[in-house]
Design a protein around this ligand. Structure first.
Ligand code: SF4
Length: 434
């Protein structure tokens, strides 16, 4: 059958979509570029925030006329919701008149069989049980061409941060075998990739037969031709110095650490079950900067977590001022069904306060990044070219090893190639070379 697959949410979902494509193609299905050309439309969804849910319901509504048209033509039309939202809402999704297939993140192997069953019976199908073992480590992902390859090294999460739905939608932590990850990386280099990003909900929990994440990344760094290795995300609670020394020693492990802070208030961190204090977080930042002085540091922050006061918010401001992040992804708290916070803490910070705090933090971060990035003026940086810059085809863009965006005049070089450029101007978000 012709299948259209669209992906929402995080890098983990992008990587999962490549596994889904592989499962479908190896079962004789064809992937299409347009929903209109497909008999099966699959949405690999995210459940992390309320607007991610709204987006999928909006998309299901958009597919109504196509479904009606197919019914009139007596042609099959299957609409499947996959991924975290499928796992989170399960049967509830089948109440929508367009959705007739629901499959959770540990059940993708069942997809060809479920599609066949719907074609035969015209019934709705749901498969959303969580597994303690499924890692898909034997399935080579079918990648869509790009400069970076996502490589899943572990699935699930055991941390149970109180705001987060991931432990319920992706299940318990499981690590893929070292050998299957290294084989995949070697395969990627052979097919032309120069950069891979190792993915896990908490990469520092990686453990396979006694080998930890620092051991794995050192082995990966020794693969000839793998010129950039990134990873996301580490949890601040268990960041080993061994990993920092590996980043400092191997030039192909990128000097960029994404270290989610979430809040600078110890009271809120405790309610979030983050298991570190702001002082411990800042100590870790100090150690990172001592061992890798040139590293860029980025973070995630939630504003408006239940009971967050102006005083708690000011504690976050203080940590941001001290940590001096290169970039921060700041979100308003949104209650997720099934989480500990949804059960125990009423979402009591007003929308106006959440908006006010997100605006103030973004302004603060903008100012910090603007000053930090001015230091690059006059410096030469190596850029991995990703493609044309958004604002005009006469310019290209790429990333430094610190994951900073660089825009420069168009060259004869293609995406996936390296160029060294001298930075002439900067903004809070972008470096520009003439
Ligand atoms: S570490 Fe916390 S925020 Fe990250 S996936 Fe696990 S539970 Fe969610």
């Amino acid at each position: 059958m012709n299948i259209f697959l669209e992906t929402y949410g995080c890098q983990m979902n992008m990587a999962d979509s490549e596994t889904i494509r592989s499962i479908l193609i190896s079962n004789g299905h064809h992937m299409t570029l347009e929903a209109n050309d497909a008999e099966v439309v699959l949405m690999n969804t995210c459940a992390i925030r309320e607007n991610a849910h709204r987006k999928i319901y909006g998309r299901l509504d958009i597919l109504r006329p196509l479904k009606k048209q197919r019914e009139q033509e007596r042609r099959p039309f299957i609409v499947g919701v996959l991924g975290c939202m499928a796992q989170n809402l399960k049967e509830e999704l089948l109440n929508h008149p367009v959705a007739n297939l629901v499959v959770g993140p540990d059940s993708y192997r069942a997809l060809p069989h479920l599609i066949d069953r719907i074609v035969q019976t015209n019934n709705q199908e749901i498969e959303a049980s969580l597994s303690e073992y499924e890692t898909y480590s034997d399935i080579a992902p079918s990648r869509i061409a790009g400069v970076n390859a996502w490589v899943t090294i572990m699935r699930g999460c055991d941390n149970f941060c109180t705001f987060c739905v991931v432990p319920y939608t992706r299940g318990r932590e499981r690590s893929l075998p070292v050998s299957s990850i290294l084989n995949e990386l070697e395969r990627l280099v052979k097919s032309g990739y120069k950069q891979a990003t190792l993915l896990g909900q908490n990469v520092n929990s990686y453990c396979y037969e006694g080998e930890r994440f620092a051991d794995l990344i050192v082995k990966a760094a020794q693969i000839p031709g793998l010129e950039r290795i990134r990873f996301t995300s580490p949890h601040p609670k268990d960041f080993p110095e061994k990993l920092l020394y590996a980043i400092a020693e191997y030039p192909n492990i990128c000097n960029h650490i994404h270290l989610p802070l979430q809040s600078g208030s110890d009271r809120i961190l405790n309610l979030m079950n983050r298991t570190y204090t702001s002082a411990e977080y800042l100590d870790l930042v100090k150690v990172i900067r001592r061992i890798i002085p040139t590293t860029t540091l980025t973070t995630d922050i939630i504003v408006g977590f239940p009971t967050e006061t102006e005083e708690d918010f000011q504690a976050t401001v203080q940590v941001m001022n001290t940590a001096q992040f290169n970039n921060a992804f700041i979100f308003k708290y949104s209650e997720r069904k099934g989480t500990i916070a949804a059960r125990d803490y009423p979402d009591d910070v007003s929308e106006a306060d959440k908006t006010d705090r997100i605006v103030r933090l973004n302004e603060l971060q903008h100012g910090i990044a603007f000053v930090k990035h001015q230091r690059y003026i006059g410096q030469k940086v190596q850029v991995l070219i990703e493609g044309d810059a958004d604002k005009g085809i006469d310019r290209q863009m790429g990333k430094t090893e610190g994951n900073l965006t660089v825009v420069f005049p168009k060259t004869g070089l293609n995406p996936g190639e390296f160029i060294t450029v001298e930075i002439a101007e900067t903004t809070a978000g972008t470096l520009y070379a003439h």
